[in-house]
Design a protein around this ligand. Structure first.
Ligand code: HEC
Length: 163
């Protein structure tokens, strides 16, 4: 329903509505629009800026490891989930916080997450990251923003023979 609405909105010049629809003076019970930051119903810590403090980045890396994100994500390469290199450039910090907090709501309500799910056909699982750890996690993700450049020579490495 919402998707159809969004598609309709993005569909270019639509024919003018036949009934004049002046803006209602009181906020109508409009469907919750999902903006670029994801559904507002997912409460996450406000994040004005991303920390570049090495201590925060290290703490974020520890969260990434402890919560098992690396089972599905790498930097510079797609694994089960999307390549996370550059994710802070393509998504807003708040969107990322929401994706990490409530992936199962995101893939149902957020158009971007929905598309990822449709393409990958795997549902990211909720890892129970405490809200206060989210800004550190994002500091870590940001520190890996250019990690793509780290893997240009990724031709098939010789497979180590299993002993
Ligand atoms: C079970 C595998 C799995 C685990 C574990 C996992 N993810 Fe994901 N992640 C995915 C998948 C798959 C997607 C794409 C959305 C979907 O299909 O659910 C995704 C999407 C994302 C995105 C959005 C990527 C983009 O391109 O916009 C971010 C950010 C992310 N995950 C971060 C994390 C972090 C941080 C953790 C650890 C707390 C984590 N993920 C744990 C599978 C996983």
């Amino acid at each position: 329903m919402l998707l159809m609405l969004l598609v309709a909105c993005g569909g270019g010049a639509a024919s003018a509505p036949s009934t004049p629809a002046p803006a209602p003076p009181v906020a109508a019970p409009a469907p919750v629009a999902v903006g670029p930051d994801g559904p507002e119903t997912i409460a996450v810590p406000p994040l004005a800026s991303i920390s570049t403090d090495p201590a925060d980045i290290a703490a974020g890396e520890a969260v990434f490891t402890a919560k098992g994100c690396g089972a599905c994500h790498k930097f510079g390469e797609k694994l089960v989930g999307p390549d996370l290199a550059g994710v802070t450039a393509r998504r807003s910090p708040t969107w990322i916080e929401r994706m990490v907090s409530e992936p199962e709501i995101m893939t149902k309500q957020d158009p971007v997450a929905k598309d990822l799910f449709r393409t990958l056909m795997v549902q990211m699982t909720k890892q129970g990251v405490p809200p206060e750890d989210l800004p550190k996690l994002i500091a870590f993700l940001k520190s890996k923003e250019n990690a793509v450049a780290a893997a240009p020579a990724a031709t098939a490495p010789p497979a180590a023979p299993a002993k």
